[in-house]
Design a protein around this ligand. Structure first.
Ligand code: AMP
Ligand code: FE
Ligand code: FE
Ligand code: ZN
Length: 292
């Protein structure tokens, strides 16, 4: 049983349509996949139709941009009711922050004589609800200003670089609450991927468990063997579900091939059990896993 619980489509910053992503997952011999676009469920329906066609089990999820103790945290949310008013409002606020940031990035690029049109970013971001730096990067590649997404981030778009603009991210604790109220379960994506090893540490994670966090992503390309071993020890201490995933972005990120990291079946079953319990408690119809 091969299970990959973190992938992106063109509904956010992946390069495959949801349909092509699901087809690629089946071709990569995955039995279970989750679609987890940034801050949106807009790819779910197309992915669901494709999953039924190719016979793969589909977990509908998203990866939500949050902030905790001053740093950005990506929160994977599995099986929430995407129409739950509290969750919809919280996601809308994040998506509004994303859209309003793009013109500000273009202004900063203009200050260093890189003239990129909003229309060009919109065109390369066609189909996404969550426009972001990866799309600005793609438009910069098209313009010939940089060679690829990686160079765009390194030289222009990362914090401290000329075109970086901060954006709104939801408070992590509030967002864990919103997802839980919507009948979903939460897992912290690549906990030590962005800000280096060790943080958030066990104490911080224990506090998040108190407010409803159920899991952490352990096997991820951003974690080396030592990080994985340390995260596993913390996960065991705290009784967390531990997942493994590719964080596939199509052509948008190298070394993130579908199925390059996978989740153990026992961990997946625990995640589904917790999701069923959360949905029952919330009294809402959380989306079921779609089984072929
Ligand atoms: P944003 O959410 O608009 O701030 O953009 C952040 C997203 O950009 C992350 O979720 C990644 O998917 C992507 N990203 C970050 N760094 C890089 C990089 N060096 N190369 C390609 N994509 C990146
Ligand atoms: Fe991304
Ligand atoms: Fe992420
Ligand atoms: Zn991701």
């Amino acid at each position: 049983m091969r299970i990959d619980l973190h992938t992106h489509s063109r509904a956010s910053d992946g390069t495959d349509t949801p349909r092509d992503l699901v087809r690629a997952a089946a071709a990569a011999d995955l039995d279970v996949m989750a679609i987890t676009d940034h801050d949106t469920a807009s790819g779910w329906d197309e992915a669901a139709a494709a999953a039924a066609e190719v016979g793969i089990q589909l977990v509908r999820g998203m990866e939500i941009s949050t902030r905790h103790q001053g740093v950005g945290v990506h929160l994977l949310a599995y099986l929430p009711d995407p129409t739950h008013p509290g969750l919809v409002a919280a996601l809308d606020k994040i998506l509004a922050g994303r859209s309003s940031r793009v013109p500000a990035m273009l202004d900063k690029l203009r200050e260093i004589d890189i003239d990129l049109d909003l229309a060009d970013v919109r065109r390369v971001a066609d189909g996404t609800a969550a426009t972001g730096r990866p799309h600005v990067a793609d438009a910069l590649v098209e313009l010939g200003a940089v060679a690829d997404r990686g160079e765009a981030f390194r030289t222009l778009l990362n914090p401290g670089k000329p075109a970086y603009v901060d954006r709104y991210a939801a408070p992590l604790v509030d967002m864990i609450g919103s997802v839980t109220a919507a009948g979903g379960v939460t897992v912290i994506a690549h906990p030590w991927g962005r800000h280096g090893s060790g943080e958030p540490g066990e104490e911080t994670l224990a506090g998040l468990v108190e407010v409803g966090l159920v899991g952490i992503e352990v096997d991820h390309q951003d974690h080396d063997a030592e990080d994985r071993a340390r995260l596993r020890a913390i996960g065991r201490n705290l009784g967390l579900v531990m997942t493994g995933s590719s964080d596939h972005h199509g052509l948008g990120k190298i070394d993130h091939d579908l199925g390059c990291n996978t989740t153990e079946p026992e961990q997946y079953e625990r995640l589904l059990d917790l999701a069923a319990a959360t949905a029952a408690r919330s009294g809402r119809d959380a989306p079921e896993v779609l089984r072929p």
